[in-house]
Write a protein of this length. Structure first.
Length: 367
């Protein structure tokens, strides 16, 4: 005799430790199988894009820190990059190197946090403590560079606000071999763990066609085998000067995303090793621009490779000191769209693993 089950609606979040912010998902389950999933977002909406219309370009920068608050440096960069592209500004060498070093350190710090919290979601406590150790070192370096650990407000249109203090580049250089060892340590923690492998292998699979149709980017796209990284394929800043590889997966499963992020950290270390070696010993950190930045009339779209995927900025200027319109392409928001598709037909116990593998930040989803 078949077991008779009854459909049930279940709210996960908005106050739930595994949703990493105020995210709610309404799931319809039949027994333990998810029939339907509906994300509910907007709890953290602050109207960043509308606020930007009444702010000067310098005033917008701290607001971008609060979108993806785990990767403030890339957010700072994208609005500056959009304005600089319209202004056709040439950025000083030293400033470009400081920007790249800051962004790649931030990428490693972001992936360290993902690794720790993802395993915490799966029930493993110890790796979180280890990954926070290296993240703390990076945040201390940022504190020395710009006086902040999370919301940096470091970039400016034309360069950066503060030069590297004496000995700072040397500290970054000394940290890199340590970080390289620790990434291997992270993988050793879990790669042969039977529980971890059962919770990640074959879970949340999707094809490269689905990834492209849903507009996924970053690790969520590369995990399906699509070799696409804006730093490599549409280089911006000075990324064309560095040798690095673009890691890919095969099936888009949770395990593939884990492997991609681990390898991406190694490639960031590789970029940083080259950047600190090539770092100019002296030079300006700001281009010669007026105190009040006025961007010429026009419109532009720029995209960069943030830790969560393609972070884009569409900027429309009327030649004034504030933008006429700003629109951000936020990778967390775009990557979240495939979640209902991935959850359909899965066991409810896999929900947290699949959601965690997408790596969303709610400040960026809701903006």
């Amino acid at each position: 005799m078949a077991v008779r089950t009854e459909e049930m609606l279940l709210n996960v979040g908005p106050q739930h430790p595994s949703t990493h912010g105020v995210f709610r998902i309404v799931i319809k389950i039949d027994g333990e199988i998810i029939q339907e999933a509906r994300p509910v977002i907007g709890y953290l909406h602050r109207g960043t894009e509308k606020l930007a219309e009444d702010l000067s370009y310098t005033q917008i920068i701290p607001y971008t820190d609060r979108m993806d608050y785990l990767s403030g440096m890339t957010n700072n960069y994208v609005i500056c990059h959009a304005a600089e592209t319209l202004m056709e500004l040439e950025i000083p060498e030293r400033a470009e190197y400081l920007r790249v070093i800051a962004m790649e350190l931030n990428r490693i710090a972001s992936h360290c946090l993902w690794f720790g919290t993802f395993l915490l979601d799966l029930g493993a406590t110890t790796p979180f403590l280890y990954s926070m150790r290296e993240r703390e070192t990076i945040l201390d370096l940022f504190n020395e560079l710009c006086g902040a650990r999370i919301t940096f407000n470091y970039m400016r249109v034309g360069g950066v606000k503060w030069d590297a203090p004496d000995g700072w580049i040397e500290k970054v250089k000394n940290f890199l071999p340590v970080m390289k060892e620790k990434i291997d340590e992270y993988e050793d923690f879990v790669s042969n763990n039977e529980i971890f492998l059962n919770r990640t292998k074959g879970i949340g699979k999707y094809t490269k066609e689905q990834a492209i149709d849903y507009g996924l980017s970053g690790v969520n796209l590369r995990a399906t085998g699509v070799k696409w990284d804006l730093r490599k394929h549409q280089p911006y800043s000075i990324y064309d000067r560095f040798e690095f590889d673009v890691p890919t997966g095969q099936t888009g499963e949770v395990y593939d995303k884990f492997k991609c992020r681990m390898e991406e950290m190694r490639q960031s270390v590789r970029i940083l090793e080259q950047a600190v070696e090539q770092f100019p010993p002296s030079g300006p950190i700001m281009a010669k621009i007026p105190r009040v930045v006025r961007v010429p009339e026009g419109e532009v779209y720029v995209g960069i490779e943030a830790p969560r995927g393609e972070l884009g900025c569409y900027l429309v200027s009327k030649g004034k000191s504030n933008p006429w319109r700003v629109k951000f392409r936020r990778p967390s928001f775009c990557n979240l769209q495939i979640l209902p598709e991935l959850l359909r037909g899965e066991n409810v116990s896999n929900l947290v693993a699949i959601l965690g593998s997408i790596d969303i930040v709610l400040g960026e989803v809701d903006a």
